[in-house]
Write a protein that binds this ligand. Structure first.
Ligand code: LFR
Length: 487
C-alpha cells in the first residue's frame, strides 16, 4: 500500500488547526501547518462562534498544506459537538452558530421535558443531560424569525464540509450528540422530531466515518491551489476522533480525552440505556466503526483556562507551567470541589466561583493562585476517579489502564494525580489524539492502513511517544477528599 498525505482540520474551543499527516505502513507523522485563534464573540447578549473566520483559517491552512506537501490526498474535519448553523432555502447561512456556553439554551429545557419526559428522552437518545444539547438549542430558537427561515441545521464540521464541497450531510458520531439521534437504531429519531415539533427534514442524511462527503468545489480549488481533493467523513466529533487516537492495546481501558472538556469513559459495542446511567450523567455517543463512547462530560481544563483568563485580565501572572509548578509544591487537598457544578459552565470568574463552592461545602477557600490551581487539579483527578469507577460499574467493562490523551497529557501534575486517584497506571499521550484519529480514518478510507481500531491503535503505539505514570499514595486520602466534595 501507498503512503499518503492527509489534511486533518481540528477545531477546538480556543484555536483551530490544520495538520498534515504522512501515513503508510509503519508510518504516522503529524505536522501542524497552520494554527488560528477561535474567538467567540458576544453581540446583543448572544455568545456566538465566528464561523466565517474559522472557515478562512481552514482555507489558509489547506493552502499551506498543499504548498508544503505538494498537494494532499484527502481532507477530514473535526470539531466540538452540538452547535449548528442554520441554512435558509437557498442554502445560505442564517447568522452565526450560537456557542454552547450561551445561557439561552437552558431556557428550553422545561418545554422539551414537558413534551418528552427526561427518562423517556434518555431511553431514546442515551445522552447525558447537558442544557446545551442541540435538541434544547433548537427548541430555544423555535418562534424566532431565524428559525422560521431555517430549512436545514448543519453541525459545525458538516457546515465547513458543505462550504468546501457543496454537499450536505450529517456525520453520525457528531449527530449522536444532538439528542435527536436514536441510540439504538442509530438513525434520526422521527418520533422525537415530531413531538418536539421540529421539521423532519431539518437534519440532513447521515454519513459514516470513512465515507466521501464530496470533492472540493472549483471555487475552493481556486482559493487553495488544491485539486479535486475528497473531503472524507471522519469522527467529526473531536472526541470521537480522539478516542480513535487512544493507543490502547486491549479493550480493558478507560480514557480521559483531556482538553477544554475532559471526556471520561469506556468504549463499548452497544449502548447502555439504564436509569442508573442516566442518573450518573453518562452519555452514549457513537464512535468510529459502530462503537459507543460511554462517557461523562467532566468540566475539564476549562477551569484552568478560565482562571488564567481572569487573572490575566487583572494583571496577575498567568503562565500555566509556572502556576502548575507552584501548585505541585502546595499541600494536596487544601480544598476540593465538584467540578461538574453547572456554575462553572458560563465564561467568567472561575476562581471566585471556586471559593464560593468551597464555602458552601464548609471548606476554607484556596488562598492565592497556587492553591487555586491545586484545588482545580485535585478536583479534576477526583472527578476522573469517580467517573472511571462509575463507568466500570454501569457498563460491566473492567479496566486496567487509563489513557489520557489531548492537551492535558502535557500536564504532568494532572497525569500523576490521575494515576494516584484512580489507583491505575496512566498512559499519557498522544497530545494530538484527535488529529491523529481524524487522519487514520481518512488513511483507511484511502487504503493506506487496513483493519479496525485495533490496527490503527497498534500504529499509534508504534509511532507516538507515550509517558507512563504509576499510581502512588493512599486510596484513603482520596476517599476522604471525595467526602469533602459533597460537604
Ligand atoms: C470536546 C467536546 C465535547 C462536547 C463539548 C461541547 O471538545 O466536543 O465532547 O460535549 O465539546 O460540544
Amino acid at each position: 500500500s501507498r503512503e499518503l498525505t492527509l489534511a486533518a482540520v481540528d477545531l477546538g474551543a480556543s484555536s483551530g488547526r490544520v495538520m498534515t499527516a504522512r501515513v503508510g505502513p509503519g508510518r504516522l507523522d503529524l505536522a501542524e501547518v497552520h494554527r488560528f485563534p477561535n474567538r467567540p464573540v458576544r453581540t446583543a447578549g448572544t455568545l456566538q462562534w465566528d464561523v466565517l473566520s474559522l472557515y478562512a483559517g481552514v482555507l489558509d491552512g489547506l493552502r499551506a498544506a498543499g504548498r508544503e506537501s505538494s498537494g494532499v490526498d484527502a481532507i477530514g474535519i473535526d470539531s466540538w459537538a452540538v452547535d449548528v448553523g442554520l441554512l435558509d432555502a437557498d442554502g445560505a447561512l442564517l447568522g452565526n452558530p450560537v456557542h454552547y456556553r450561551d445561557a439561552r439554551h437552558g431556557t428550553a429545557v422545561p418545554a422539551v421535558h414537558a413534551a418528552v419526559p427526561p427518562a423517556e428522552l434518555y431511553r431514546v437518545n442515551g445522552l447525558q443531560h447537558l442544557p446545551f444539547n442541540t435538541v434544547f438549542q433548537l427548541a430555544a430558537m423555535r418562534g424566532t424569525a431565524r428559525f422560521a427561515a431555517a430549512r436545514q441545521a448543519l453541525l459545525v464540521p458538516d457546515l465547513l464540509a458543505y462550504w468546501l464541497t457543496g454537499a450536505r450531510a450529517a456525520e453520525v458520531t457528531n449527530a449522536s450528540t444532538t439528542g435527536l439521534l436514536d441510540a439504538t437504531t442509530r438513525q434520526w429519531a422521527p418520533g422525537l422530531l415530531e413531538r418536539l415539533e421540529l421539521p423532519r427534514d431539518l437534519l440532513p442524511g447521515l454519513v459514516q466515518p470513512g465515507e466521501e462527503v464530496g470533492r472540493l468545489t472549483a471555487e475552493v480549488r481556486a482559493e487553495t491551489g488544491l485539486g479535486e481533493v475528497p473531503v472524507i467523513a471522519v469522527g467529526s466529533h473531536d472526541t470521537a476522533s480522539a478516542v480513535v487516537g487512544v493507543p490502547a492495546s486491549s479493550d480493558r481501558f478507560a480514557y480521559v480525552s483531556c482538553g477544554t472538556w475532559s471526556l471520561v469513559g469506556v468504549e463499548l459495542d452497544g449502548p447502555v440505556l439504564t436509569e442508573a446511567g442516566r442518573a450518573a450523567g453518562f452519555t452514549n455517543e457513537l464512535g468510529v466503526d459502530g462503537t459507543v463512547r460511554y462517557l461523562h462530560n467532566v468540566m475539564g481544563l476549562w477551569l484552568l483556562q478560565e482562571s488564567l483568563r481572569t487573572w490575566a485580565a487583572s494583571g496577575l501572572p498567568a503562565d500555566l507551567p509556572d502556576l502548575l509548578a507552584a501548585a505541585g509544591r502546595v499541600p494536596a487537598f487544601t480544598a476540593v470541589v465538584d467540578v461538574d457544578d453547572p456554575r462553572f459552565l458560563p465564561p467568567g470568574d472561575v476562581p471566585g466561583r471556586l471559593a464560593q463552592a468551597c464555602g458552601e461545602t464548609g471548606q476554607a477557600p484556596p488562598q492565592g493562585q497556587a492553591e487555586t490551581v491545586r484545588c482545580i487539579v485535585d478536583s479534576l483527578a477526583l472527578a476522573y476517579r469517580r467517573t472511571v469507577r462509575r463507568a466500570q460499574e454501569l457498563s460491566g467493562r473492567a479496566v486496567d489502564v487509563v489513557h489520557l490523551v489531548g492537551g492535558g497529557a502535557r500536564n504532568a501534575l494532572l497525569c500523576q494525580l490521575t494515576a494516584d486517584a484512580c489507583g491505575l497506571p496512566v498512559l499519557a499521550g498522544p497530545v494530538e489524539a484527535a488529529a491523529l484519529g481524524n487522519a487514520l480514518v481518512q488513511a483507511r478510507a484511502l487504503g493506506a492502513v487496513t483493519g479496525g481500531l485495533g490496527e490503527m491503535r497498534r500504529l499509534l503505539r508504534d509511532t507516538q511517544q507515550l509517558v507512563e505514570y504509576r499510581p502512588s499514595g493512599s486510596a484513603a486520602a482520596w476517599d476522604a477528599a471525595e467526602a469533602r466534595v459533597a460537604g
